[in-house]
Each structure stands twice: as structure tokens, then as C-alpha cells.
Write a protein that binds this ligand. Structure first.
Ligand code: PEP
Length: 250
């Protein structure tokens, strides 16, 4: 049995004072967990988060990185700038990045490849919209996101990747996929990875569910056969809620 990987995506929330309060409250609440706990915080909170979590079981991630090491890319951040300050993980291709900032499977691939080369562990997000699901295109969309978004990723690199299946209709909406819907979609995603990397690599791959996961529904979702963890937005902003999700799977 794999342990679970539970990652909080703070999005554009928490200034430095609020971040310190949340992390300080969270540390003892998750200290006994055997699951991997990650918090993906805004860039301005990264240094503080790394410092505060040193010696604890909480790992720190960013929410994006660029594929170049330096240059005229205003507003972007290089992977080595993250590793230099002790960041271990990075969210890539979140649906909000795809929807609002023009992220595509091609840029997701570039960012993932660069993150891996720098020694970061990317959490690569995929997922269908409600329209895509209702029109019977869910599997086509998920297949395309995996095939295109992982085109140049080797099997060795895949070892250091986490995939987050996040149906867009469930993110921040309060509408969660049922345990079965989430598990079935993740099983399908895993089968697409198996076509390219083989069954062993695909079953070793961590695939999280994300989309309105909270302290009430986490236990059921995390008990499903193919759900290896969660990527949590809203509920990760409250220490007691996020820790309840972490601790819902022993
Ligand atoms: C997310 O940001 O990845 C997410 C799943 O958000 P929420 O939990 O708020 O739906």
C-alpha cells in the first residue's frame, strides 16, 4: 500500500503574517502523519515556509515555474530560484493557469521538464471541464493532456512526478466528484500512462484527486483503490481542515 500525498494549494492567499500563523498551527496537527504533506504557497511566502517547516514532516512547493534558467521573462520564476531556497515541489498546469493564463499542454511539458531537470518534483494537473465531460469527451481530453503534456518525459523522470486529476467543474465549486467518479477517471488516466510507460511504472505513479476535497469527503476519496492523495485548495487555508484531511487516512 502506498502512503498518500496530500498537498495544499494556497493559490493567491496568505500574506507573510497569515502564512506564519497557518504553518505554525499546522505543524503539530500533522506531525504524526505517515502521509506526505506538502504546502504550495505564494512566492512571497516560500522562504518563510521553508524556514518554519525545517525539521518537520511538511514539505514546501511553489505554484508554477518557467522553463528557462534566466532571461527576459517578466513575472516568471526559474526552477533553480526555487531549489536554491529549499523548495521541493511545484504545481504545474493548474486549471486556473490553463484558463486564465493561456497555459497549454506544450507549456506544461516545458515547465515540467525544466522543473525535473532542476531537481523539483512537479505536481502536474490535468482534468476535464463540465462541458467536456457532459459531451462524452472526458477520456479524449484526459488522454490528450497525458500524451501531449508528457511527450518528452522519460520513465526515470516519471518517478519524480505527481499527477493531480482535477475535474475543472469540481475546483472551488463545492461540488466534489463522487468517490467512484474520481476513482474511475484516475484509473483511466493510469491506463494511459501504462500504455506509454508500462504497467509497473503506471501503478507506482502517484495520482491525486483534486476538486473541493474537504474534511468531510476526504476519507471516502482517499480509501479508493486508485486515489493516491489529494490536491486541496480552499480547505488547505484552514489548519484544522487541512490537517483533518491529512489525518483522515492513517
Ligand atoms: C485546487 O486548487 O487545486 C483545488 C482543488 O481547489 P479546491 O480544493 O478549492 O476545489
Amino acid at each position: 500500500m502506498k502512503n498518500k500525498i496530500i498537498a495544499g494549494n494556497w493559490k493567491m492567499n496568505k500574506n507573510r503574517v497569515e502564512a506564519e500563523q497557518l504553518i505554525t498551527e499546522l505543524i503539530p496537527l500533522v506531525a504524526d502523519s505517515k502521509n506526505t504533506v506538502i504546502i504550495c504557497v505564494p512566492y512571497t511566502d516560500l522562504c518563510k515556509a521553508v524556514k518554519l517547516t525545517k525539521g518537520t514532516n511538511i514539505h514546501v512547493g511553489a505554484q508554477n515555474c518557467h522553463w528557462k534558467e534566466s532571461g527576459a521573462y517578466t513575472g516568471e520564476i526559474a526552477p533553480s530560484m526555487l531549489t536554491e531556497i529549499g523548495v521541493e515541489y511545484v504545481v504545474i498546469g493548474h486549471s486556473e493557469r490553463r484558463t486564465y493564463f493561456g497555459e497549454t499542454d506544450a507549456t506544461v511539458l516545458l515547465r515540467t521538464k525544466a522543473a525535473l531537470a532542476a531537481g523539483l518534483k512537479p505536481i502536474v494537473c490535468i482534468g476535464e471541464t463540465l462541458e467536456e465531460r457532459n459531451s462524452g469527451n472526458m477520456e479524449n481530453v484526459l488522454r490528450r493532456q497525458v500524451v501531449e503534456g508528457f511527450k518528452d518525459i522519460t520513465e526515470a523522470e516519471l518517478n519524480n512526478v505527481i499527477v493531480a486529476y482535477e475535474p475543472v467543474w469540481a475546483i472551488g465549486t463545492g461540488v466534489t466528484a463522487t468517490d467512484e467518479q474520481a476513482n474511475d477517471a484516475i484509473k483511466f488516466v493510469r491506463s494511459v500512462f501504462a500504455e506509454k510507460y508500462g504497467k509497473k511504472a503506471a501503478s507506482a505513479l502517484y495520482i491525486q484527486y483534486g476538486g473541493s476535497m474537504n474534511d468531510a469527503n476526504a476519507k471516502g476519496l482517499l480509501a479508493m483503490s486508485d486515489i493516491d492523495g489529494g490536491l486541496i485548495g480552499g480547505a488547505s487555508l484552514v489548519a484544522t481542515k487541512f490537517s483533518a484531511i491529512v489525518n483522515s487516512h492513517k
